[in-house]
Design a protein around this ligand. Structure first.
Ligand code: ITT
Length: 191
């Protein structure tokens, strides 16, 4: 069996592939298939994950797994949230996006945040299963570490000292928002 990873984000592909491959399922990314990138018009992580999964399942005529994720900062009322990718602009400059988070936090004492991942698995027949995972932590500046992607260098997961950017991928995958969401997805699909 093959499923489409309905993402064009090169940081997400290896993370989602690592979750799916132990089940003996082959993966192909939306990028590799040349599928179009749907406009993310929903106002929630789950809504955007569902529209991406549905669009890819219909276009590829295969089951499709989409992730919509982001960084929710407590002192910013959950921003950048679903706009996490958009804060980096068209050039996907996450150095700039992390600086914007730091600037907007200014003197805020509360440095707590969470990474959120909504995963949605859609089939060409219209069936769909959607879940959401959350990894709590705190923000640290300046950014540290070159591993991972996006906002990983400023996020220290709860109970740890290193940022996701400093952790090796096994350590991140063990606790990430995406992994927590995937566990729920497996429980629902095989229920
Ligand atoms: P697709 O829609 O094609 O999947 P995207 O990058 O546009 O790619 P999102 O709309 O879900 O995806 O944006 C999520 C952004 O949140 C992503 O670009 C990262 O900057 C950030 N993000 C999500 N998960 C992350 C993680 O595990 N580590 C660091 N940053 C993360």
């Amino acid at each position: 069996e093959t499923i489409v990873l309905a993402t064009h984000n090169k940081g997400k592909v290896p993370e989602i592939a690592a979750l799916v491959e132990p089940f003996g399922i082959k993966v192909v990314s939306a990028g590799e298939l040349g599928l179009p990138e749907p406009e993310e018009t929903a106002l929630t992580f789950t809504g955007n994950a569902e529209l991406k999964a549905r669009a890819a399942a219909a276009a590829a005529n295969l089951p499709a797994l989409a992730d919509d994720s982001g960084l929710a900062v407590t002192a910013l009322d959950g921003a950048p949230g679903i706009y996490s990718a958009r804060w980096a602009g068209p050039t996907k400059d996450f150095g700039m996006a992390m600086k914007k988070v730091e600037r907007e936090l200014a003197d805020a004492e509360d440095r707590s945040a969470a990474f959120v991942s909504a995963l949605s698995l859609a089939w060409p027949d219209g069936r769909i299963v959607t879940v959401e995972g959350r990894c709590p932590g705190t923000l640290t500046f300046p950014a540290r570490g070159a591993n991972g992607f996006g906002y990983d260098p400023i996020f220290v997961p709860e109970g740890h000292d290193k940022t996701f950017g400093e952790m090796d991928k096994e350590a991140k995958y063990a606790i990430s928002h995406r992994t927590l969401a995937f566990k729920q997805l497996v429980a629902k699909v095989f229920a």
